[in-house]
Design a protein around this ligand. Sequence first.
Ligand SMILES: *[C@@H]1O[C@H](CO)[C@@H](O)[C@H](O)[C@H]1NC(C)=O
Ligand SMILES: *[C@@H]1O[C@H](CO)[C@@H](O)[C@H](O)[C@H]1NC(C)=O
Ligand SMILES: *[C@@H]1O[C@H](CO)[C@@H](O)[C@H](O)[C@H]1NC(C)=O
Ligand SMILES: *[C@@H]1O[C@H](CO)[C@@H](O)[C@H](O)[C@H]1NC(C)=O
Ligand SMILES: *[C@@H]1O[C@H](CO)[C@@H](O)[C@H](O)[C@H]1NC(C)=O
Ligand SMILES: *[C@@H]1O[C@H](CO)[C@@H](O)[C@H](O)[C@H]1NC(C)=O
Length: 250
Amino acid sequence: MHKDQLLLLLLLLLPRSFSIAIENNQCTTSCGEVANISFPFRLKGDPTVCGDPNYELACINNRTVLDLYSGKYYVRSIDYTNYTIWVADVGLQKGDCSSLPLRSLSCHSFWLHPNSYECGDYTFYGRELSKTVSIVNCSKAVASQFYIDTLSCLDGVKFSNFSSTRRRLYAMVDANVSYVETACTIELMAMIPGWVDGDDLRSYAQIHEQMVYGFELSWLPIVAEMHCKHRYWDIIGKHQIRCGPKSKNF
Ligand SMILES: *[C@@H]1O[C@H](CO)[C@@H](O)[C@H](O)[C@H]1NC(C)=O
Ligand SMILES: *[C@@H]1O[C@H](CO)[C@@H](O)[C@H](O)[C@H]1NC(C)=O
Ligand SMILES: *[C@@H]1O[C@H](CO)[C@@H](O)[C@H](O)[C@H]1NC(C)=O
Ligand SMILES: *[C@@H]1O[C@H](CO)[C@@H](O)[C@H](O)[C@H]1NC(C)=O
Ligand SMILES: *[C@@H]1O[C@H](CO)[C@@H](O)[C@H](O)[C@H]1NC(C)=O
Ligand SMILES: *[C@@H]1O[C@H](CO)[C@@H](O)[C@H](O)[C@H]1NC(C)=O
């Protein structure tokens, strides 16, 4: 490959370029537990200069909320050194394992409908950002360590009519779709932190705890976009992206 076609970059050097809007004191910088809201994020209602329109958050009842694919997620924290935002579905309630996410979400949603966030990427971070939990609906009991019974939590609660039809609901962590029994269909997907070891999750209550805890998304797309000045870019390794030679306008 040609030397000047490639630019190897250490993204951790980048945050300096984002101070543009931060000094504008018309920008709301905190909402509830999120004490550091700054570029590229901005709160709804703040001047446009405060952030990028693709990274708008809302402050509702003293909680920071991210709208994503018609779902709503509480923002737990934002990390500006590794470009990650920590979120959890608003439907999930701590201590109530019958509470479910309002919306099904997995990294597939991000791949099918690319948006302003990266999901589950491990090349850049050297580890997965999130794992997927699939809630499957099976027409028979499945005896397998990969199928974790949800009985004490989900039995007849939110999924109506399930007990009456003798179907059973299980949770699977990072399910390989080709392993899902033909007797089962995936009803709902949710995300948990990438650093959780699926083998440590023995009960649905434990899985639920991780769902409540939430998952990380990364806003690398805009960081790379700005750094590469609207050329194409690639993630090529831990904390490294590569800017392509071509402008996106062609
Ligand atoms: C908003 O949330 C913060 C942090 O959780 C808390 O310290 C503050 O008292 C809350 N304010 C109101 C008006 O509830
Ligand atoms: C908030 O983030 C900005 C941008 O990275 C940083 O300059 C600032 O020190 C952070 N402030 C706090 C309180 O973490
Ligand atoms: C980002 O930083 C936060 C706090 O420093 C840390 O908890 C989190 O694991 C980091 N995420 C990644 C992907 O490195
Ligand atoms: C499980 O699948 C059956 C058959 O497709 C369906 O009738 C039922 O509503 C599903 N149950 C849940 C809880 O989704
Ligand atoms: C449960 O099943 C019955 C009969 O199969 C149906 O009439 C009823 O609407 C179902 N309830 C819900 C909440 O889906
Ligand atoms: C999923 O399972 C199939 C069949 O066993 C296997 O060939 C494939 O490599 C697995 N995929 C992943 C991502 O583990």
